[in-house]
Design a binder for this molecule. Structure first.
Ligand SMILES: [Zn+2]
Length: 233
C-alpha cells in the first residue's frame, strides 16, 4: 500500500487531513480514522478515483466529524510532558549529565543532547524497553506452554497490539510499554497462545486463560484507552 497524497478537506465546516492510499488488495473504497495522526485514511482500490473516495467521505461526514472530535488529545514528547511507562507517570526531563541518549529512572525519562532530537531519543528508549520487557514476558509464557516463538519483534503498528505469523514470529506494538503491566501480560499471553492455535476457537481461549488471568480487564482497558496510546509521542 502506498500513500498517494495527504490533503485538507472540509468536514462539517472544519478542515480535516485526509490521506489517500492505493491498495492492490482492496476490493472497495474504505474509510478509517487514524488516531495516531488525528486524520482520515481513505483506501482506494487500483481503479477507484479520488473523487469516489471523497464522495464516500461526504456520505459519512457526520460519523467522521464525530470520530475526529472524540479523538484523545495528542501528547507529544516534549520537556516536562508526563508519559505513562507501564501505566506509571514519568516526566520527560532533559539533562546534560550522565551517558548519552535517554534512560528511565525513578519516574523520569532523562534525555541528553540537542532539543530537536529529544522526541526520537525518548521513542528509541521506550522501544528498547518494550523489546526487553515483551521479549522476556514472551519467553516466560512460551516456556509455561511448552512452546517456542521463532522470534519477537517490536514494531510501530497502528491497528494491532500484537500478532502471530504462521512461521511463529510474534510482533508487538512498542506502545504497549505505555500500558499497565496487566495489559502487556494479556496481549503477550494471547499471542503466545496463537503459537499453538491460529484461530480464536475454544481451545485457543482455554490456553490464553492458562497463560494470563487478565483477559477481560485488559480488553476493557484497551477498548477505553487504546486510542489514547496511539496519540502519545
Ligand atoms: Zn488473536
Amino acid at each position: 500500500m502506498n500513500a498517494l497524497v495527504t490533503e485538507l478537506v472540509p468536514v462539517q465546516g472544519a478542515l480535516a487531513s485526509v490521506a489517500f492510499k492505493r491498495s492492490a488488495r482492496a476490493r472497495k473504497i474504505s474509510l478509517r480514522i487514524d488516531a495516531s495522526q488525528g486524520g482520515i485514511v481513505i483506501t482506494l482500490p487500483m481503479r477507484a478515483s479520488r473523487r469516489a473516495g471523497l464522495s464516500l467521505l461526504h456520505t459519512h461526514e457526520a460519523w467522521v466529524a464525530e470520530k475526529l472530535a472524540a479523538l484523545p488529545t495528542a501528547l507529544p514528547f516534549v520537556p516536562g510532558a508526563v508519559v505513562p511507562v507501564s501505566g506509571a507517570p514519568h516526566v520527560i526531563t532533559p539533562t546534560t549529565q550522565g551517558r548519552g541518549g535517554a534512560w528511565i529512572d525513578e519516574g523520569r525519562i532523562f534525555v541528553t543532547g540537542e532539543p530537536q532530537f529529544l522526541p526520537r531519543r525518548v521513542t528509541d528508549c521506550l522501544k528498547r524497553l518494550a523489546r526487553q520487557k515483551l521479549t522476556a514476558l514472551t519467553a516466560e509464557k512460551a516456556r509455561l506452554a511448552g512452546l517456542a516463538p521463532k522470534s519477537v519483534r517490536v514494531k510501530d503498528t497502528r491497528t494491532r497490539w500484537g500478532s502471530c505469523a504462521p512461521d511463529g514470529t510474534l510482533a508487538f506494538c512498542w506502545r504497549l510499554i505505555l500500558a499497565p503491566d496487566f495489559v502487556q501480560d494479556y496481549v503477550v499471553g494471547h499471542e503466545v497462545a496463537h503459537l499453538r492455535h491460529m484461530n480464536h476457537g475454544k481451545s485457543f481461549w482455554a490456553l490464553t486463560e492458562k497463560l494470563t488471568v487478565h483477559r477481560s480487564a485488559a480488553s476493557a482497558w484497551l477498548g477505553a484507552n487504546g486510542q489514547a496510546l496511539l496519540r502519545i509521542g
